[in-house]
Design a protein around this ligand. Sequence first.
Ligand code: 0XW
Ligand code: MG
Length: 365
Amino acid sequence: MRIESIKVYQVLLPVKGGAYRMASDTVQNLDSTLVEVTTEDGLSGWGETCPVGPVYQPQHALGARAAIAEMAPGLVGEDTASMRRLAKRMDERLNGHNYAKAALDIALLDLAGLRLGVPVSTLLGGALTDRVPSYYSTIVGAPDETARIALDKVKAGYPRLQIKIGGRDLEQDVATVHKVWEAVGFKARIAVDANRGLTAAAALHIDRLCQAIPFVFEQPCNTMEEVASLKGRVTHPVYLDENTDDLNAVLRAVSSGIADGFGLKVTRLGGLTKMVTVRDLCAIRSLPHSCDDAWGGDVIAAACVHLAATVEPSRFEGAWIAQEYIEGHTDPVNPVVIENGHIRVPQMPGLGVKPERSWLKPPVA
Ligand code: 0XW
Ligand code: MG
């Protein structure tokens, strides 16, 4: 079936309760982009991409919409039967910009699932579970308050916590990690995420001053070279997140042993099709990873959860979705929600979510 139209919508997602603070940036409002790909028979598939502000990664909302506008004319009229041909078309029209291609990749998989009558997880190789774990990500905050929230979230059922540090005094970061550990202990797995905010020297100090605490150190420094320089000098396992810009970066990190695991973002890597490759690469080296995105509503949340369901559970670090941090849902009928720190995998054909049309402003492209 041929593509008849591609529509682009802008959706603003306000952060619940104020601001989301990371070492790299503080965000109050998220600018999300939804794409609707419609075929000649009137069937529509949805995709989404929502960078968490313009500083977290090089990607930004206006860039996503400009990139989709650049590619879309080359896709209209094409047959949806071959995802590979459509991916080739996108690459022929635009170099890079994986995060914009991701929205189209997700929409095309949604369409394929709807047409075949199977959930997207089936198209990604098949679900291993019908419920995936999530993890709770704190903001950079005061040590006692962060520890209180951490314990609350463990009581609420989260099996894993991601504690944000960086962009402030070393003393505060070290105290935060200790307080969280004292509050939570072995009741949850802990990741300490500096979002590129530490020098290698600061990362070494935190590693030493928190030596007995079993956490994984996520994206401590800005570049992959700085993170690589920590290898053999830190005792904590090191995970990469922001540095995994594309499949080549993941391949490099895996083959050179820089990363002990990953915090992965579906859109940064180019969508679910690319994430399947990363999932399988990680499996070859027994590397744990998450399936997240930077931010976004129900469409991207569903995409993350479908992929999450296909990852070997013993190596799975959770699917982070923004639901706890934003008001309302783009799909109020079948929203993607966290219950007891876990998320049910949608069982309906396609992604299993549809944005509520009456809530959408007219398309921007
Ligand atoms: C916790 N997250 C998945 C949400 C924010 O976008 C940052 C991100 C991360 O792991 O860095
Ligand atoms: Mg991270």
